[in-house]
Design a protein around this ligand. Sequence first.
Ligand SMILES: C[S@@+](CC[C@H](N)C(=O)[O-])C[C@H]1O[C@@H](n2cnc3c(N)ncnc32)[C@H](O)[C@@H]1O
Length: 347
Amino acid sequence: MSEALYHPEHGFYSSGRARTGIKGDFLTPVSPGPVLGNLLARQADELHRILGRPARFRLIEQGADTGALARDLLGSLRGGFPELAAAVEFHFLEPLPKLAQKQKHTLGPLQRQHAVHWHASWDSLSAGDLPGLFYSCELLDSFPVRIFRHCSGRWLERVVGWDPPRFVWQEREALAPELQSVLGRTPAPAEDHVVEIRPGATEWMRAVAQSLSHGLILTMDYGFPAAGIFEVPRPAGTLMAFREHRQQSDPLADPGEQDLTCHVNFGELEELGSRLGLQNHGLTDFARGLTALAAPLLQQPPAPPEPWIRNFRHLTHPSFFGHTHKILAQGKNLPHDFHPAILGAAR
Ligand SMILES: C[S@@+](CC[C@H](N)C(=O)[O-])C[C@H]1O[C@@H](n2cnc3c(N)ncnc32)[C@H](O)[C@@H]1O
């Protein structure tokens, strides 16, 4: 999965070809228009206000692809949130040079209005002396996974073999240490239940936590809440391949030519965050979270223009992104009574 998506020359993402959006291989919540960025700006402004309007405030995006979400967020600041606009320092974490180039092109003149930085790795980002908001959209689902199947009381790992002229699935005995995080959560999974583990998640959570002295971490993606990975039998797991807007039958076919993705285990991220001392503010779905952020706009005249409403519906409707996509909000060193607007009224 790592080679197929990120090989420097042949990787699905490294090639720099359009992958997201109508002209790409799949739509993401960023594709339908600027509303997600507009609403994230509202969340960022609330956080900035709660923290006492610090003079410097970091916005960090990882996995920005074309940079459209950053453009939509930054583009909302000057008109609507002048205090935040004056404090913002924007950081892209982008290891792929062709995508960094694309993001520069997408941001255009916004780079002259705001301090914008690109980082190829965490090294230059981890100073952690500034507050801010770290966010990602459909990042974690593209982290490489390892796949395990429960079979007659033990776990087997699915690995990739080569049977010329094609790659094929093979199975081998799973080694216990790699499974601790999964086994710890389940007394007896169903026969043939398949789970995926994201080895990169632990280091990622640590690096994210270090990138801010205090602030909020928003992870937007599709996946399961805490115990969800064992709720229903999943003999096929959740690894999927996409190409030209169609799900493909064989994730091992045509490496580099199709997207590979796997549902996110939000419970795992909450657990990792807790271990690092992060606050778990909560998990919501796009329908509830984005409606909560948009409420002040929708309740007061003038009503937002029709294209904005259409874009909002696309994000929140149950048959589009509304229920599949979730938002995990984690905090670092935030006031204990802080309840991010994106999670709606406290229950
Ligand atoms: C499914 S796309 C989502 C793009 C965009 N955020 C959106 O929602 O339209 C996943 C993106 O995550 C990027 N990505 C994956 N692993 C990454 C990593 N470790 N650091 C930075 N970007 C990464 C990929 O290159 C790709 O651009």
